[in-house]
Design a binder for this molecule. Structure first.
Ligand SMILES: Cc1cc2nc3c(=O)[nH]c(=O)nc-3n(C[C@H](O)[C@H](O)[C@H](O)COP(=O)(O)OP(=O)(O)OC[C@H]3O[C@@H](n4cnc5c(N)ncnc54)[C@H](O)[C@@H]3O)c2cc1C
Length: 113
């Protein structure tokens, strides 16, 4: 439906695109920028790129992560993972707990303040 925009977990995500809070945040930014462009009579960005990072605590100290970058593919009309981007942690690490807490603080600040 024209001018109806769906973001976050409610969409049928692209191949290998995770349903995550980080992705929902990225969807919202791409969508908001496109709505502003449409309201301003400009063409929305034709090549959006999204990033994802998801941390999981394995126990109270150690964390792993998965990360990926997703680029619009005009030919396939969907977002595809950029080859070689992101990846997985080599294994659980306490250092990653610091990264996880920083990620959480940043995204809460981005969304809630
Ligand atoms: C156990 C678990 C761990 C996760 N860990 C991570 C993580 O580490 N990092 C990460 O990035 N993501 C994580 N996720 C995924 C993340 O929580 C979701 O991708 C994100 O919350 C999606 O946001 P959303 O706004 O699209 O949907 P939601 O957060 O599901 O919000 C939808 C809202 O709509 C409301 N709603 C539903 N129906 C109606 C209705 N008819 N009328 C009005 N309101 C309605 C719901 O009550 C809800 O509040 C995790 C998810 C789970 C379940």
């Amino acid at each position: 439906a024209k001018n109806i925009h769906i973001i976050g977990d409610a969409i049928q995500t692209s191949p290998l695109m995770p349903k995550s809070g980080h992705m929902a945040n990225q969807h919202a930014k791409v969508c908001a920028a496109a709505v502003v462009d449409l309201l301003s009579g400009r063409q929305p960005e034709q090549n959006p790129m999204l990033t994802n990072t998801c941390y999981s605590f394995i126990n109270d100290k150690e964390v792993i992560h998965v990360a990926s970058v997703h680029a619009w593919n005009a030919e396939k009309k969907t977002l595809l993972v950029v080859p070689g981007s992101g990846g997985l942690s080599p294994g659980p690490a306490e250092l990653e707990a610091t990264y996880a807490n920083s990620w959480a603080t940043n995204i809460w600040s981005d969304m809630l303040t």
